[in-house]
Design a protein around this ligand. Structure first.
Ligand SMILES: *Cc1c(COP(=O)(O)O)cnc(C)c1O
Length: 374
């Protein structure tokens, strides 16, 4: 069986987790958490990042931080994971979905301005497959209209746009360390990247259950107390220790995935069949998070998935557009025409890709896609 995804393991995880256990200091914000955060602050050249229990939670923090209140509108693509929307829906926002670009499946930056109303508070670009949205245009629109930009860079660690790491361009950015992402903190985890320094103090308070515990530890206040809304968004030291092992091999994990991604790309670019393949815009360097092909339509994709399953290969489709889901209709609406979101999402098939995928498995996937079209 060739799985679609298996979690990355570098070999050092047990040793670091063992160290964390030995220390008998397992609560959040311990030594491994601090080391991971320092690693990101250095590699992202950003003053503050906070590890969280998931990307979903980092997005929830972002919604609180930018002060979403009931009736605010938030613009995002419909082709994304539920958490991108839910984090803002929890605060009472109305979601305004706009169409994606068929080449990258990212939000179509040319449609954003037409979706802005006096109630718009934020734009949430999602960097699909770790390939950057057109952030230059998006930041320009946001600046002119006084809007926040929260980058859902769940899939985007180690990717850049115009030389800047994804997640560091908007006011806030989020990463996921879920088991299915390029780097994991042991199955679940995330990161909030705070690029607007004005939001840092409050982010620490929100993450610490609404208390100023962090200021207390830094000696800035003489006792800690409840000062704001908040929740518990700190991962344990066990999770941070797992992630620390992954960060020590961040380059190797990227290189290995990129080898597989490029092997797929070489194979399918040479293929005689009319498949559409991922486009990487010039300003983007991606992280080989995902390789997908686009087939003719929903029916052809269903047949191809069945064929692959018969060959014991797990190839999967992705998001059912949020605006067509029950909750999506309740909490949001699609602005403008759905030219590409539904149609392109029905054509897209993701192929197995993970750290240390063997060359022979990868060849077998290619051969079986080929065999199906033959
Ligand atoms: C994975 C993912 C999330 C959620 O990440 P979790 O860490 O599982 O909460 C959110 N948005 C996108 C685009 C994702 O791919």
């Amino acid at each position: 069986m060739i799985y679609f995804n298996v979690s990355p393991v570098t070999g050092d995880e047990m040793a670091y987790i063992g160290e964390a256990i030995q220390s008998r200091l397992l609560a959040g914000d311990g030594r491994f958490t601090k080391m991971c955060e320092a690693w990101f602050e250095k590699s992202l050249s950003t003053p503050t990042v906070l590890m969280t229990t998931s990307c979903t939670h980092a997005l929830e923090m972002a919604a609180m931080l930018i002060g979403i209140v009931p009736g605010d509108e938030v613009i995002m693509p419909s082709y994304t994971f539920v958490s991108t929307a839910n984090a803002f829906v929890i605060r009472g926002a109305k979601i305004v979905f706009v169409d994606v670009r068929p080449d990258t499946m990212n939000i179509d930056e040319t449609l954003i301005e037409g979706a802005i109303t006096p109630r718009t508070k934020a734009i949430v670009p999602v960097h699909y497959a770790g390939v950057g949205c057109d952030m230059e245009t998006i930041m320009d629109i946001a600046t002119r209209h006084g809007l926040y930009v929260v980058e859902d860079a769940a899939q985007g660690m180690m990717s850049t746009y115009a030389g800047k790491p994804l997640g560091t361009i908007g006011h806030l950015g989020t990463y996921s360390f879920h088991a299915t992402k390029n780097y994991t903190s042991g199955g679940e985890g995330g990161l909030l990247i705070i690029n607007d320094e004005k939001l840092v103090d409050r982010a620490q308070i929100i993450r610490e259950k609404g208390t100023n515990r962090n200021q207390f530890f830094r000696g800035m206040v003489d006792k800690y107390s409840w000062v704001d809304v908040g929740s518990s968004y700190l991962p344990s030291e066990i999770q941070a220790a797992y992630l620390w092992a992954q960060l020590q091999h961040a380059g190797a994990i990227l290189a290995d995935r990129m080898n597989s991604w490029q092997a797929y790309d070489r194979f399918f670019r040479a293929s005689p069949y009319a498949l559409e393949l991922p486009t990487i815009p010039e300003a983007c360097i991606h992280n080989a998070h995902m390789y997908y092909i686009k087939v003719k339509d929903l029916e052809e994709r269903r047949q191809l998935i069945d064929h692959m399953r018969d060959q014991e290969i797990n190839a999967v489709f992705h998001y059912v557009p949020l605006h067509s889901a029950q909750a999506g209709r309740r909490f949001g609406h699609f602005q403008g025409e759905d030219r590409y979101t539904t149609k392109e999402s029905e054509r897209l098939l993701r192929l197995p890709l993970y750290f240390k995928m063997s060359g022979s498995d990868l060849e077998r996937v290619c051969e079986q896609v080929d065999a199906f079209f033959k």
